[in-house]
Design a protein around this ligand. Structure first.
Ligand SMILES: [Zn+2]
Length: 135
């Protein structure tokens, strides 16, 4: 993914620009990822919060993720689109949900994590590594 790149929520109330390419792109299969995305898994990319400029005011909630760490997730208060996740272990980085990208074709997952919690009918790419929990 080449920087800068742009994205936002479904209704356009929240927009962002990121000035640096992601450090990782991944699929998360823990139950919390499933619930927060409303899908069998959550796909996102990791960027430094300092490289992300956000316009609009997302709402947030926090919970203990499967790893035991506190995760703070944000979403658009108007359309409900999941946007960003901050984990307490690496609080200067954010995970950004890939469907928010203006150009979703730029997203290429590099690994699958928490596959121990994946639904049995999810098909995995054999081209990337899988980890039963967080590697
Ligand atoms: Zn929205």
């Amino acid at each position: 993914m080449t920087a800068p790149f742009f994205g936002g929520c479904a209704c356009g109330a929240i927009r962002y620009v990121c000035s640096r390419a992601p450090v990782a792109m991944l699929n998360g299969h823990c139950l919390d990822c499933q619930r927060s995305s409303g899908a069998p898994f959550a796909s996102g990319f990791i960027v430094a919060e300092a490289d992300l400029q956000v316009r609009g005011m997302p709402k947030t909630y926090s919970l203990r993720a499967s790893s035991g760490a506190l995760a703070t997730r944000s979403f658009c208060p108007q359309c409900g689109s999941p946007l960003f996740t901050r984990g307490e272990a690496n609080a200067t980085f954010l995970s950004v949900r890939f469907p928010t990208l203006d150009d979703t074709s730029a997203f290429q997952p590099m690994l699958d994590i928490w596959t121990a919690r994946a639904q049995p009918w999810v098909c995995f790419s054999q081209a990337i590594p899988h980890y039963p929990q967080t590697p």
